[in-house]
Design a protein around this ligand. Structure first.
Ligand SMILES: Cc1cc2nc3c(=O)[nH]c(=O)nc-3n(C[C@H](O)[C@H](O)[C@H](O)COP(=O)(O)OP(=O)(O)OC[C@H]3O[C@@H](n4cnc5c(N)ncnc54)[C@H](O)[C@@H]3O)c2cc1C
Length: 891
């Protein structure tokens, strides 16, 4: 049945005295408030929407400045909840104008008869939770106050315009306008001298149109922004065809995508493409005029890696340079201080070309700040500009502004939200706040919100909230509140996610930097729309994890905990592996498992270029062994690191950890020699450690021939390879050399017992399972031999070993034996550093360019190796993000 004709219960609001009584009060009648009202009514809740504006529309009611349009293609920036509605409305353009979007929202309000439950011209001033009645009391500036069980803030992320921070606005005798509060009757700028302050989205959209009307336009710019030609017009053929062919599939793909627009995840990284290929992709994206396309579809590392991003920045700067004629204006307009995408890029129509007009002047506030606004115009510290009109395009107090403008919001125990958020917004899922029962925020800070197509994110939030209210009611509960544990866990997850992208590297309204005195931090969730949706679903699937539910007669349920403890990219990788539904590796047989690993490795990103990669043969314990050598691009001779790959002594070879060796070669500036020691079952214990030792000896003796620095070598290894590396150090000490300057042990196997807690906690689910470890050990080593220190180095003598750096991962069966080895080394007087990697799994650090959150850990490992080799810890040849706050605790 079409949604519009579904019988909806008329909202049964009642009045007691001067207070309106409803089940749910919603603040805001924009995209969010309208849909929530529709859903609440359908679910049989009585509801009222309180809206300051005179009609529906939210953003699109207020932002009527010239050129106002959406910047997500309008077929995507639409409701999707009702297929009939979807078909009933056709957009006229790729990017609809503000009047058309406002008409659409009016059409929706009419279609579902929403206005009858909306109180327009009503501003919410305060909200107070009453614990005894479990209700919120909402105070308004117009008409009755409202008492409600649930209070939903659909107040908008970009609805609280930022006041001007300049002295003297009141003294100005001319006209003053704000893009976010543009007069409904329009403004006549013909023949006038106009100043526009601000070059964010609103400025970039309006400046070309203002310039074409005004006699003179002076633009005051603090920070230049990247803008791309919108190429507006009819809907592009390819998108329309995809949409028309299967609308349901199109919408569903959007819901699970990264940004709420159906585009696939890119897998090709920038250095796998030639200059010509990169340019071709870029030109296509530039011509497409599509923000999400250019933000996500060029190469996989563009949004997560400064180098991959810098290539794109250079290409865009080139485009700006082709348009702007005056060199000084060009220099001022060209962004240099932030990665592309870390600040919201804009779509424009003739923006840069506008600065070639004779009636347009750009004032670079970085060089001449505004001193004051006078009666007749604007003065910088160098000049004065006489103007008739000032347009403030200075943006919004984003994400938290409209929420905190309702003041105070008083929760349980009399706590006010503004005090709880004094140092930045705290939330669980960006939806709820501990201490504020039955309060919900739509697209609140901590949710994907402004980093997504908000139509998709709004529907997801509205559905999640209304579905919870229904479930609560059905179960007889009357209140729900996030727990402090869940909220703290979400803050940690948010911080982990923000390490994934480059948003943290720019001062923007995403981080609160545009508002003086506002707490700083990346406010939207940067982990993506699809992953976020799956987390919200998981909260429900795990029995409302992190929520305290209460009902009459003392009924209570609290399933406390943190919803995501894995690093965000580790969670994705493990999710993808789970979806592949692979048979356990230990059921494949050794040959089958090797084939599987080879195939699996073909799908991973190729490692980055190093100075030179060579291959050769060296002398092992019982014959020649192949090796692969990675040489840095810097002048040598370099110290040599002998590297032993992972694979449980059964799988892998000198090439299987190729991306890791490349990465570490680049980060350390050292030669890495990856050795193919012999494997079980063909060669059981002690073939592997004996080869490890022999290879290290050979490499040390041939250091000069290999182009390396003569003298002590270093050893490193991962997993079983780390076991080989650890044993090699013991053998080298006991057998008279070679000299080893340091050992890097990455998730090492150090012991043959399986009862440490990490074996139990991580027995399944994290790729390296307990079953797989049993299998490796069984193939490799007979039970009688396992206590030999060459198999279990923790059982050997540890005094006199080279300094060690031991990395362990939280979700790894081998975690505790790695920690135990590090502690035992320290006890034996060996200098040891440990990296206990929170939220990581066994393979995190070798999945280079897949597990991005592994980068800080590899930086630490590289620094340790350099110190062991007597070099300064830092090297500058790898361009990388500023030192990350390591999401792994080094101790
Ligand atoms: C110019 C512009 C272009 C944009 N383009 C896009 C785009 O292309 N794609 C995209 O995804 N997003 C875009 N956005 C973001 C846009 O804000 C959201 O897409 C969406 O419109 C938000 O809807 P909402 O209902 O959550 O909030 P809003 O539309 O902001 O509505 C919130 C409403 O709450 C009311 N309100 C707030 N506080 C109170 C109070 N205390 N009492 C009573 N009423 C109150 C406000 O008056 C407002 O009407 C754009 C934003 C702007 C400003």
């Amino acid at each position: 049945m079409p949604e519009a004709t579904v019988e909806t219960r008329a909202s049964e609001a009642t009045h007691s005295g001067s207070t309106q009584q409803v089940d749910v009060a919603v603040v805001g009648a924009g995209f969010a408030g309208l849909y929530i009202l529709h859903r609440l009514r359908k679910a049989g809740f009585s509801a009222v929407v309180l809206e300051e504006a005179g009609d529906v529309g939210g953003t699109w009611y207020w932002n009527r400045y010239p050129g106002a349009r959406c910047d997500i293609q309008t077929i995507d920036y639409s409701y999707t909840f009702d297929p009939e509605l979807d078909k009933a409305w056709t957009w006229s353009e790729k990017y609809a104008t503000q009047p058309e979007i406002l008409r659409y929202l009016g059409f929706v309000a009419d279609r579902y008869d929403l206005r009858r439950d909306i109180r327009f011209g009503t501003k919410v001033k305060q909200a107070t939770w009453d614990d005894a009645s479990e209700r919120w009391l909402i105070t308004t500036d117009n008409g009755a106050n409202v008492s409600c069980r649930h209070y939903i803030m659909a107040t908008g992320c970009l609805s609280s315009p930022k006041p001007p921070e300049i002295d003297g606005v009141k003294d100005f005798k001319g006209e003053v306008y704000f893009t976010g509060r543009w007069p409904h009757e329009g403004v006549n700028l013909k023949g006038k001298r106009v100043a526009v302050i601000g070059t964010g989205s609103s400025g970039i959209q309006s400046i070309p149109l203002i310039a074409s009307e005004a006699a003179q336009l002076t633009v005051f710019q603090r920070t230049p922004n990247f803008a791309l030609p919108a190429g507006n017009g009819p809907q592009p053929e390819d998108r329309r065809t995809f949409f028309e062919t299967d609308r349901a599939a199109y919408r569903e793909q959007a819901r699970w995508s990264l940004a709420g627009v159906p585009y696939p995840q890119q897998t090709v990284v920038s250095w796998q493409l030639s200059d010509a290929e990169r340019r071709e992709r870029f030109e296509k994206a530039w011509a497409a005029g599509d923000l999400v396309h250019i933000l996500t579809q060029l190469w996989a590392d563009q949004g997560v890696d400064v180098d991959g991003n810098a290539i794109l920045c250079d290409l865009i700067r080139e485009k700006i340079g082709e348009v702007v004629k005056d060199p000084e204006t060009l220099a001022a307009l060209t962004p240099q201080d932030h990665p592309f995408g870390s600040k919201r890029p804009c779509l424009d129509t003739n923006y840069y070309a506008t600065y070639n007009r004779p009636n347009v002047t750009l004032v670079n506030l970085r060089q001449e700040p505004i001193k004051e606004i006078t009666a007749g115009g604007i003065s910088t510290d160098k000049r004065s500009f006489d103007v008739d009109v000032i347009v403030f395009a200075t943006g919004f107090d984003a994400m938290t502004g409209a929420i905190l403008a309702v003041h105070p919001i008083t929760g349980r125990g009399g706590k006010s939200l503004s005090s709880v958020w004094a140092h930045g917004p705290q939330s669980y899922l960006g939806l709820t706040v501990a201490g504020f029962p039955n309060l919900f925020m739509i697209t609140g800070p901590g949710s994907p919100s402004v980093l997504s197509n908000m139509a998709v994110s709004i529907e997801q939030h509205a559905d999640w909230v209304v579905d919870r209210l229904i479930a609560l009611r059905d179960a007889g509960f009357t209140s729900m509140e996030a727990t402090e544990t869940a909220q703290a866990g979400w803050a940690q997850h948010m911080a982990d996610c923000s390490m994934l992208t480059l948003h943290r590297l720019a001062n923007t309204w995403y981080t609160g930097a545009n508002v003086p005195g506002k707490a700083q931090g990346v406010m939207p969730y940067t982990g993506g729309v699809g992953p976020y949706r799956s987390i919200c679903n998981e909260v429900v699937g795990r029995g409302m994890l992190g929520f305290h539910l209460k009902g009459p007669g003392g009924a209570e349920q609290c399933n406390d905990g943190e919803i995501v403890r894995l690093q965000p990219d580790v969670r994705l990788v493990l999710g993808m592996l789970a979806e592949m539904n692979l048979p356990p590796i230990e059921t494949m047989g050794a040959a089958g498992a090797r084939d599987f690993l080879n195939e699996f490795n073909k799908g991973r990103p190729a490692g980055r270029p190093v100075g030179e990669v060579g291959e050769g043969m060296l002398q092992g314990a019982d014959g020649p062994l192949p090796y692969k050598l990675y040489r840095p691009a810097t002048p040598g001779p370099h110290p040599i690191v002998v590297y032993f790959h992972g694979g449980g002594w059964v799988l892998g070879d000198h090439e299987s950890d190729d991306p890791f060796c490349r990465d570490m070669c680049r980060r350390t500036g050292m030669i890495f020699v990856s050795v193919n020691y012999r494997h079980a079952p063909e060669h059981r214990f002690p073939a592997a450690p004996e080869d490890g030792y022999a290879a290290t000896r050979w490499i040390s003796e041939h250091a000069a021939d290999l182009g390396g620095r003569p003298g002590p070598v270093l050893v490193a290894g991962w997993s079983a390879g780390a076991n080989v590396a650890a044993v090699t150090c013991q053998l080298a000490r006991d057998r008279g050399g070679p000299q080893i300057a340091g050992q890097l042990l990455l998730s090492p196997v150090t012991d043959c017992i399986f009862d440490r807690p990490s074996y139990v906690e991580n027995a399944t689910g994290y790729f390296l399972t307990r079953g797989l470890m049993y299998w490796f050990w069984d193939i490799y080593c007979s039970p009688a031999d396992r206590t030999d220190p060459r198999a279990s180095p923790i059982r050997g003598k540890l005094e006199g070993l080279p300094p060690a750096f031991v990395t362990t991962a939280e979700f790894d069966p081998l975690r505790d034996e790695g920690i135990a080895y590090a502690e035992a080394l320290a006890k034996a007087g060996v200098p040891v550093e440990q990296l206990k990697a929170r939220g990581h799994f066994h393979s995190s650090f070798v999945m280079v360019d897949v597990v991005i959150t592994g980068v800080p850990g590899r930086i630490k490992m590289a620094e340790a190796l350099r110190r062991f080799a007597g070099l300064p810890a830092q090297m500058d040849t790898v361009r990388r993000a500023p030192p990350p706050e390591v999401n792994a605790a080094a101790s």
